[in-house]
Ligand binder design. Sequence first.
Ligand code: PEP
Ligand code: MG
Length: 550
Amino acid sequence: MPEELRGIGVSPGLAAGPVARMSPPPALPPARTVTDPEREAAVAVRALATAEARLRDRAAATTGAARDILDAQSMIAADPMLRDGVTARIKDGTDAPHALRDSFDEHRTTLEGLGGYLAERAADLDDIAHRAIAAALGLPMPGVPEPGHPFVLVADDLAPADTATLDPANVLALVTERGGPTSHTAILARSLGLPAVVGCAGALDVTDGTAVTVDGTTGMVHTGVSEDEVTLVRERAAEERARITGGSGPGRTSDGHPVDLMLNIGSAADLVGVDLSDVAGVGLFRTEFLFLDRHDAPGLDEQVAAYAEVFGFFEQGTIVVRTLDAGADKPLPFLGLSGEPNPALGVRGLRVSRDRPEILDTQLKAIALAASQTTADVWVMAPMVATRPEAEVFAARVRDHGLPTAGVMVEVPSAALHAGRLLEVVDFLSIGTNDLSQYTLAADRQTGALADLLDPWQPAMLELVGVCAAAGKAAAKPVGVCGEAAADPLLAPVLAGLGITKLSMSPRGLPAVRAALAGHTLADCERLAGRALQTGDAAGARAAVLAETS
Ligand code: PEP
Ligand code: MG
């Protein structure tokens, strides 16, 4: 008898197939007496080396932020201090698995004591410890299963290390018990184009091999379905995919109201192989990648080359370059900011230029030089702007470098509330919903347990987006969204209805958003926006819009 589980649909699409659950972390067996400490130490050292090698292999197979995390994890596994701690414990009579566990625990306590970003990274140690302990016990590595056929991956929640090398050809959909719309699982699913349901209570009780259907829009998971039903859902999924990918042309509602569809990128590599014919350009070029893992800021020539490489992909269209967004979730060692007690509320984004104006000046100079070599329209915006004077000073500096179009991101509630005043001094706004929800709901964007608060469907968030869009309309200036919210096809008509003029997202998200906009008139969008704003909570807003669109 099919059973119904209900979660939050965070990445649209239908899927059907057998469940395979994430392998759980290894259970520690009771401690045993060590008779041959040397052999025991060799087991532990080999286990650490195995964990390191696996993490390194996974890092090599990925790019971007996932690669950085995996590289950092493999380096921790190779840390000689950690290894010495393990072997010392074994010499004192502790067996290899317990010596590993105790040493990782000690390392964790030290990191937590340091506070800030390092304390946040302490959770990563658990993942490395589980891998090393599994290797010492001769158990399979915890993580994504490999059943040998396509499957619906069910997990408690997914960490970057679990998913970095996940093969979308074999994974039909993601279902997690925990997590919310901004969790790592949701972001990953959208970037891979996989249907996903998060916050789905009871999912882990579904046994491996059980046939399920997953609806990443409604959040419904049906378990124990018949073969016929699996076939039916797969056929519908294929039709739906064909409908979405078959769309083309610029973003617009069914009655022709334009909403520019743009791309979020971190470097030129993100544009390779992407069909750029129907995009209005880049809505968010995150420039942090150039500054990562270094002890000094990159020089002018290196920056000019990197920006010119991106601009070279476009003969026309707009490219919005965001100046360095360092700090908090994007720590950069050379800035020496790690001592802050509250990094997310500290010197981050544009605030870095208070003490280090030369970093921004070099960057603006480099952007201007690269812009002079392209026919595309280069705009520049600053992250983490809180006040009009900050926006005014930034815009003046941008224009001083001969760059005519200056804007700011709206990531802080004060900026949203004063959107009209900001637009008196800048040419455009771009709403970073990832940070705006963090600061509006006072919920750390890196804390998975608070994902429900970070939901862009929170009516308070939608209201702030509406304030910005209305200010844009009054000033006849563009107001876009470039946070994760822009890639939600259910939300896209709501954002358009609120008056948002540009939606910027990863290339994968674009076809579904284009199709969603094309399915509604502007009046429909405005009505949906009104319905979402009337509700008292995020789930209600989502349900109200879903009820009117399906
Ligand atoms: C945002 O905050 O929504 C945003 C787009 O910037 P980032 O995710 O890079 O902080
Ligand atoms: Mg941000």
